[in-house]
Design a protein around this ligand. Sequence first.
Ligand code: HEC
Length: 192
Amino acid sequence: MSIIRYSVYLSIMCSVLACNGEKVDKVQAGVSYQTLADSLHIVLASDRKAYEDIIFDRLGRVERVLLPHTNWKEEKTVPFPSQFFAEASQLTEEMGAKFSYVLISKYPLNKQNKPITEEEKRALDFVYSNPKKNYYGEEIIGKQTYFTAAYAETAYARPCVTCHNNHDKASKYDYSTGHVIGAIFLRIPMES
Ligand code: HEC
Protein backbone atom coordinates (compact mmCIF):
# COMPACT_ATOMS: atom_id res chain seq x y z
CA MET A 1 0.00 0.00 0.00
CA SER A 2 1.47 3.41 -0.94
CA ILE A 3 2.13 5.94 1.86
CA ILE A 4 -0.73 8.21 0.71
CA ARG A 5 -3.19 5.34 0.49
CA TYR A 6 -1.97 4.14 3.86
CA SER A 7 -2.42 7.54 5.52
CA VAL A 8 -5.94 7.93 4.07
CA TYR A 9 -6.73 4.45 5.40
CA LEU A 10 -5.14 5.33 8.76
CA SER A 11 -7.09 8.55 9.12
CA ILE A 12 -10.37 6.81 8.38
CA MET A 13 -9.48 4.16 10.95
CA CYS A 14 -8.52 6.95 13.38
CA SER A 15 -11.84 8.71 12.95
CA VAL A 16 -13.61 5.48 13.72
CA LEU A 17 -11.37 4.45 16.60
CA ALA A 18 -10.35 7.93 17.94
CA CYS A 19 -6.64 6.93 17.99
CA ASN A 20 -5.16 7.02 21.51
CA GLY A 21 -7.99 9.21 22.69
CA GLU A 22 -6.46 12.19 20.87
CA LYS A 23 -8.62 14.67 19.04
CA VAL A 24 -9.41 13.42 15.54
CA ASP A 25 -11.31 15.35 12.88
CA LYS A 26 -14.22 14.20 10.77
CA VAL A 27 -13.68 12.77 7.32
CA GLN A 28 -14.81 15.47 4.88
CA ALA A 29 -15.24 15.09 1.11
CA GLY A 30 -13.08 11.98 1.11
CA VAL A 31 -9.96 13.52 2.69
CA SER A 32 -9.81 14.49 6.34
CA TYR A 33 -8.15 17.65 7.59
CA GLN A 34 -5.70 15.43 9.43
CA THR A 35 -4.73 13.57 6.25
CA LEU A 36 -4.39 16.87 4.42
CA ALA A 37 -2.20 18.31 7.19
CA ASP A 38 -0.04 15.17 7.36
CA SER A 39 0.43 15.19 3.58
CA LEU A 40 1.33 18.90 3.53
CA HIS A 41 3.78 18.28 6.36
CA ILE A 42 5.54 15.54 4.37
CA VAL A 43 6.03 17.96 1.45
CA LEU A 44 7.26 20.77 3.72
CA ALA A 45 9.61 18.55 5.74
CA SER A 46 11.07 16.97 2.56
CA ASP A 47 11.67 20.37 0.96
CA ARG A 48 13.31 21.59 4.15
CA LYS A 49 15.54 18.51 4.35
CA ALA A 50 16.43 18.70 0.64
CA TYR A 51 17.62 22.30 1.10
CA GLU A 52 19.50 21.29 4.26
CA ASP A 53 21.27 18.33 2.60
CA ILE A 54 21.87 19.66 -0.92
CA ILE A 55 22.72 23.31 -0.25
CA PHE A 56 23.21 24.19 3.42
CA ASP A 57 25.15 21.17 4.66
CA ARG A 58 27.01 20.18 1.48
CA LEU A 59 28.15 23.67 0.43
CA GLY A 60 28.62 24.86 4.01
CA ARG A 61 29.80 22.25 6.48
CA VAL A 62 31.24 19.73 3.99
CA GLU A 63 32.75 21.74 1.11
CA ARG A 64 32.93 25.08 2.96
CA VAL A 65 32.35 27.14 -0.18
CA LEU A 66 29.24 29.03 1.02
CA LEU A 67 28.90 29.57 4.75
CA PRO A 68 25.34 30.48 5.74
CA HIS A 69 24.66 33.87 7.25
CA THR A 70 21.53 35.37 8.82
CA ASN A 71 22.00 38.44 6.56
CA TRP A 72 22.49 36.18 3.55
CA LYS A 73 21.45 38.78 0.93
CA GLU A 74 23.98 41.42 2.05
CA GLU A 75 26.66 38.79 2.66
CA LYS A 76 25.98 37.20 -0.77
CA THR A 77 25.69 33.71 0.66
CA VAL A 78 23.03 31.14 1.55
CA PRO A 79 20.35 31.45 4.28
CA PHE A 80 19.85 29.08 7.21
CA PRO A 81 17.23 26.38 6.51
CA SER A 82 14.69 28.07 8.83
CA GLN A 83 15.05 31.32 6.85
CA PHE A 84 14.58 29.45 3.57
CA PHE A 85 11.49 27.83 5.09
CA ALA A 86 10.08 31.22 6.19
CA GLU A 87 10.66 32.69 2.69
CA ALA A 88 8.80 29.76 1.11
CA SER A 89 5.96 30.12 3.64
CA GLN A 90 5.55 33.79 2.69
CA LEU A 91 5.58 32.92 -1.03
CA THR A 92 2.93 30.25 -0.47
CA GLU A 93 0.72 32.90 1.14
CA GLU A 94 1.39 35.39 -1.67
CA MET A 95 0.49 32.75 -4.24
CA GLY A 96 -2.94 32.46 -2.62
CA ALA A 97 -2.75 29.23 -0.60
CA LYS A 98 -5.59 28.91 1.91
CA PHE A 99 -3.42 27.14 4.47
CA SER A 100 -0.39 28.64 6.23
CA TYR A 101 2.61 27.30 8.13
CA VAL A 102 5.40 28.47 10.42
CA LEU A 103 8.45 27.08 12.17
CA ILE A 104 8.26 27.81 15.91
CA SER A 105 10.33 27.04 18.99
CA LYS A 106 10.21 27.54 22.76
CA TYR A 107 13.87 28.65 22.67
CA PRO A 108 14.29 30.27 19.24
CA LEU A 109 17.54 31.72 17.93
CA ASN A 110 15.36 34.19 16.04
CA LYS A 111 12.69 35.63 18.31
CA GLN A 112 10.29 35.90 15.36
CA ASN A 113 10.05 32.12 15.64
CA LYS A 114 8.44 32.29 19.10
CA PRO A 115 4.88 30.93 19.44
CA ILE A 116 2.33 33.75 19.28
CA THR A 117 -1.16 32.31 19.85
CA GLU A 118 -2.28 30.14 22.79
CA GLU A 119 -2.84 27.31 20.30
CA GLU A 120 0.78 27.56 19.06
CA LYS A 121 1.96 27.39 22.70
CA ARG A 122 -0.28 24.37 23.41
CA ALA A 123 0.99 22.62 20.29
CA LEU A 124 4.63 23.24 21.26
CA ASP A 125 4.04 21.96 24.82
CA PHE A 126 2.56 18.81 23.33
CA VAL A 127 5.37 18.03 20.86
CA TYR A 128 8.11 18.81 23.40
CA SER A 129 6.53 16.22 25.73
CA ASN A 130 5.60 13.78 22.91
CA PRO A 131 8.29 14.12 20.21
CA LYS A 132 7.11 11.03 18.37
CA LYS A 133 3.46 12.11 18.17
CA ASN A 134 1.80 14.79 16.06
CA TYR A 135 -0.44 17.44 17.57
CA TYR A 136 -3.92 18.13 16.16
CA GLY A 137 -6.32 20.82 17.34
CA GLU A 138 -8.57 23.69 16.38
CA GLU A 139 -8.23 27.45 16.69
CA ILE A 140 -10.60 30.34 16.05
CA ILE A 141 -9.12 33.53 14.62
CA GLY A 142 -11.72 36.23 13.92
CA LYS A 143 -14.70 34.35 12.54
CA GLN A 144 -12.68 31.54 10.97
CA THR A 145 -12.05 28.16 12.59
CA TYR A 146 -8.77 26.51 11.63
CA PHE A 147 -7.66 22.91 11.86
CA THR A 148 -4.19 23.03 13.41
CA ALA A 149 -1.37 20.49 13.37
CA ALA A 150 2.17 20.50 14.74
CA TYR A 151 5.09 18.18 14.02
CA ALA A 152 8.29 18.03 16.10
CA GLU A 153 11.54 19.20 14.55
CA THR A 154 14.16 17.10 16.28
CA ALA A 155 17.93 17.49 16.30
CA TYR A 156 18.52 14.38 14.21
CA ALA A 157 22.16 15.19 13.44
CA ARG A 158 25.12 16.40 15.47
CA PRO A 159 25.46 19.81 13.67
CA CYS A 160 21.92 20.80 14.80
CA VAL A 161 22.97 20.32 18.42
CA THR A 162 26.39 21.98 18.14
CA CYS A 163 25.15 25.03 16.30
CA HIS A 164 22.00 25.61 18.40
CA ASN A 165 23.85 25.14 21.74
CA ASN A 166 26.70 27.49 20.82
CA HIS A 167 24.92 30.20 18.84
CA ASP A 168 25.27 33.72 20.29
CA LYS A 169 21.46 34.10 20.35
CA ALA A 170 20.97 30.76 22.17
CA SER A 171 18.84 30.65 25.33
CA LYS A 172 19.15 26.87 25.76
CA TYR A 173 22.59 25.24 25.75
CA ASP A 174 21.97 21.56 26.53
CA TYR A 175 20.39 20.10 23.39
CA SER A 176 21.42 16.53 22.55
CA THR A 177 20.72 14.44 19.47
CA GLY A 178 17.04 13.48 19.42
CA HIS A 179 15.88 16.53 21.40
CA VAL A 180 13.03 18.67 20.07
CA ILE A 181 14.29 22.04 18.76
CA GLY A 182 10.92 23.30 17.55
CA ALA A 183 7.92 22.38 15.43
CA ILE A 184 6.32 22.92 12.04
CA PHE A 185 2.87 24.38 12.80
CA LEU A 186 0.11 24.26 10.15
CA ARG A 187 -3.24 26.06 9.93
CA ILE A 188 -5.97 24.92 7.53
CA PRO A 189 -9.27 26.89 7.36
CA MET A 190 -12.21 24.59 8.15
CA GLU A 191 -15.42 24.74 6.16
CA SER A 192 -18.45 25.38 8.32
C1 HEC B 1 25.23 26.18 11.56
C2 HEC B 1 24.15 26.47 12.46
C3 HEC B 1 22.84 25.71 12.45
C4 HEC B 1 22.63 24.38 12.20
C5 HEC B 1 23.64 23.32 11.81
C6 HEC B 1 21.21 24.17 12.38
N1 HEC B 1 20.57 25.33 12.71
FE1 HEC B 1 18.61 25.55 13.15
N2 HEC B 1 18.85 27.55 13.15
C7 HEC B 1 20.06 28.22 13.05
C8 HEC B 1 19.83 29.65 13.07
C9 HEC B 1 20.89 30.75 12.99
C10 HEC B 1 18.42 29.81 13.16
C11 HEC B 1 17.65 31.13 13.17
C12 HEC B 1 17.64 31.69 11.76
C13 HEC B 1 16.67 32.82 11.61
O1 HEC B 1 15.46 32.56 11.41
O2 HEC B 1 17.10 33.97 11.70
C14 HEC B 1 17.86 28.47 13.25
C15 HEC B 1 16.51 28.20 13.40
C16 HEC B 1 15.98 26.96 13.64
C17 HEC B 1 14.61 26.69 14.05
C18 HEC B 1 13.52 27.75 14.27
C19 HEC B 1 13.57 28.23 15.71
C20 HEC B 1 14.73 29.15 16.03
O3 HEC B 1 15.66 28.68 16.71
O4 HEC B 1 14.73 30.33 15.59
C21 HEC B 1 14.50 25.35 14.19
C22 HEC B 1 13.25 24.58 14.62
C23 HEC B 1 15.78 24.78 13.84
N3 HEC B 1 16.66 25.77 13.53
C24 HEC B 1 16.03 23.42 13.86
C25 HEC B 1 17.23 22.89 13.40
C26 HEC B 1 17.46 21.47 13.19
C27 HEC B 1 16.44 20.36 13.47
C28 HEC B 1 18.72 21.33 12.70
C29 HEC B 1 19.43 20.09 12.26
C30 HEC B 1 18.79 19.26 11.27
C31 HEC B 1 19.31 22.67 12.65
N4 HEC B 1 18.38 23.58 13.07
C32 HEC B 1 20.59 22.94 12.24
C33 HEC B 1 21.30 27.64 13.00
C34 HEC B 1 21.53 26.31 12.74
